[in-house]
Write a protein that binds this ligand. Structure first.
Ligand SMILES: Nc1ncnc2c1ncn2[C@@H]1O[C@H](COP(=O)(O)OP(=O)(O)O)[C@@H](O)[C@H]1O
Ligand SMILES: [Mg+2]
Length: 409
């Protein structure tokens, strides 16, 4: 097999920027150098794309201006065949810029346009294989309302919710508060629909709290969802790997929080972002640069009954297929411990650290996981690109005499 040129893309315009840097650099370290040439591509918080020698070293990210002063800004373009070209944006002479050609875009973004289908669309437009889910699955996965609707369509249980758009709310606040109280009741959970990392999320117990939480959530998103709060809460997550034709599930994890709602701090800042040790009860390889999601306190495998474990694994597979996901995802469930009942909560189509710590116990090391993701990127590209995309007829030539008016039927 020919050596593959892999670009690992991370950072980007998202509240989860730093976590994505960690995930991206974990992937850079895990890609087998005997098979792949790896180019780290760092996207700044204001959306500029950079390459450079130091971008693979996490310690350099403590001082971003110094890092960027030695890096080179690139633009993305379509390369020959099915490659992506990173073209240096030099301010000097036109035509003097160098390019790097990539066979696969390894997308390690979390949140924002890197996970919501937008960058996936850019890759499709530029005709390059990319890791993870396609445009539609990425967009559905990022939207907590749409993903719940898809789950409901295939019979996966979700907690009762209401979505409120800002245009429905303004000027009708009192009536909306009444409506929410009568339909959802208290306690309730308020969340922005298309965000992550627990940002803008609140648990509310009365109308005054609810009012404040909705206003706060509108700072982040144009619609908010209000959900029934699950009592006796335990959270169980399951990773799924593969594509529509064949997928497998990981061991289950139970993330543990002391504060009720898993906070941004719980998720990422246990021992500082670049901590090598993390606070995890399970441990990744010591050579990894920062643990990202692996630093959360968690129990692996989740201490639940075999029966419930099997039910969750079955639901996870069903959801993966219903959304037509590809690559590796993490699906998060809410569980009422007293009732032993579970509901789908959310799906992460680019999970923190690619959930490697849930695959290691199944006998799949991180190095094999990233290789599998590259293979899946290529097979889903081939599955897409083998189709007819245009007809070999030039309408403009054949219709030139009569003009095209009314030609669209
Ligand atoms: N319906 C709910 N009932 C109880 N707790 C919830 C509910 N929804 C969310 N939470 C708590 O809030 C956290 C964050 O919510 P989640 O929907 O996972 O958003 P995010 O995308 O920010 O992770 C969850 O991990 C859980 O602790
Ligand atoms: Mg969550």
């Amino acid at each position: 097999m020919q050596r593959k040129q892999i670009g690992v893309f991370f950072g980007g315009q998202s509240p989860e920027h730093e976590v994505s840097v960690i995930t991206g650099l974990q992937v850079v370290a895990a890609l087998d150098p005997s098979q792949f040439d790896v180019t780290p591509v760092y996207v700044t918080k204001d959306g500029h794309w950079f390459i450079g020698n130091n971008l693979g070293d996490i310690t350099r990210y403590a001082d971003i201006p110094a890092l960027l002063s030695k890096a080179r800004e690139v633009a993305l373009a379509s390369g020959p065949g099915r490659t992506l070209a990173l073209v240096e944006r030099k301010s000097s002479f036109i035509g003097s810029s160098k390019e790097i050609l990539l066979d696969v875009a390894f997308l390690a973004f979390h949140g924002g346009s890197g996970e919501n289908g937008a960058v996936q669309g850019l890759c499709e437009t530029l005709n390059v294989p990319f890791t993870g889910s396609g445009i539609a699955a990425s967009a559905l996965g990022m939207d907590k309302v749409l993903s719940k609707k898809m789950c409901q369509m295939v019979g996966v249980p979700v907690v009762d919710w209401l979505e409120v758009w800002e245009y429905e709310w303004r000027g009708r606040e009192a009536a909306k508060l009444e409506e929410i109280e009568s339909q959802i009741g208290f306690p309730a959970i308020v969340k922005p629909v298309r965000l992550g990392s627990s940002i803008g999320i609140a648990r509310v117990v009365n109308q005054a709290d609810l009012d404040n939480a909705i206003e706060e959530a509108f700072r982040y998103d144009a619609s908010v969802m209000i959900e029934k709060c699950v009592p006796n809460l335990r959270e169980i997550n399951c990773s799924v790997l593969g594509d529509g034709s064949d997928c497998q599930v990981s061991v289950l994890e139970e993330p543990v929080s002391k504060e009720g709602i898993l906070s941004f701090k719980d998720k990422y800042m246990r021992d500082g972002l670049s901590s090598k040790s993390g606070g995890s009860k399970s441990r990744g390889s010591k050579s990894r640069q920062g643990e990202g999601m692996a630093s959360l306190d968690r129990l692996i495998p989740a201490p639940i009954s075999q029966e419930l474990g099997e039910e969750i694994s079955k639901l996870a597979r069903q959801i993966f297929k219903a959304l037509n996901c590809s690559g590796v995802v993490r699906i998060d469930f809410l569980m009422d411990d007293a009732l032993q009942k579970v509901w789908f909560n959310e799906i992460n189509t680019i999970p923190g650290s690619f959930s490697f710590y849930l695959w290691q116990p199944t006998g799949l090391p991180f190095e094999a996981l990233v290789q599998k993701l590259v293979e899946l990127a290529i097979s889903s590209y081939e599955n897409r690109s083998g189709r007819v995309r245009s007809y070999d007829v030039n309408l403009l030539a054949t219709r030139s005499k009569g003009g095209l008016k009314g030609g669209k039927s």
